[in-house]
Design a protein. Structure first.
Length: 162
């Protein structure tokens, strides 16, 4: 009886982390799929393999490329897989994903500064490997804030190990 109650408490404390990772994974998966649908993605025919050369825009706002969409699909599958695997993996996904998106935001903000161009010359094409522009950079900041907030809000499960 006590072990059963302990297992219920453990499952209840692990559930929020799994739900958060599943929600983020579902959103990434949705963004990746929608990025490949003409009509939802404007200028679909001008989609490039990678980088800022692509003129395709998801919902007419966010610049996307084939690589960018594949990255979203991968992150979506990873989020759903970690949600299925357990709370510990879900929290790790939220932490690592949040930190990567924070680093991408910071890198994008640095690329946007004109002082970089003045100090070091033109930015090489390989430095802009995924679309870095104002709206995409701030979306990355929002995503990183959301993922890191989920990581710090949902606590690890208690009680019976997974």
């Amino acid at each position: 009886m006590l072990l059963e109650r302990t297992r219920e408490v453990a499952d209840a404390t692990r559930r929020p982390a799994r739900i958060a990772a599943g929600v983020m994974g579902g959103l990434f998966l949705l963004a990746g799929i929608l990025g490949f649908i003409p009509g939802v993605t404007s200028d679909y025919s001008s989609m490039a393999l990678s980088g800022h050369y692509s003129e395709a825009r998801l919902l007419g706002v966010f610049q996307v490329s084939v690589l960018h969409n594949l990255l979203h699909l991968f992150l979506g599958v990873a989020g759903l897989a970690t949600a299925w695997k357990g709370a510990r993996f879900s929290r790790l996904y939220l932490l690592l994903g949040g930190l990567v998106y924070l680093a991408l935001w910071f890198f994008g903000v640095l690329l946007d500064f004109t002082t970089v161009d003045k100090l070091f010359g033109p930015i090489p094409f390989w430095a802009n490997f995924i679309s870095f522009n104002g709206i995409d950079d701030w979306m990355r900041f929002l995503v990183s804030t959301l993922m890191l907030s989920f990581y710090f809000v949902v606590r690890p499960g208690r009680g019976v190990p997974e």
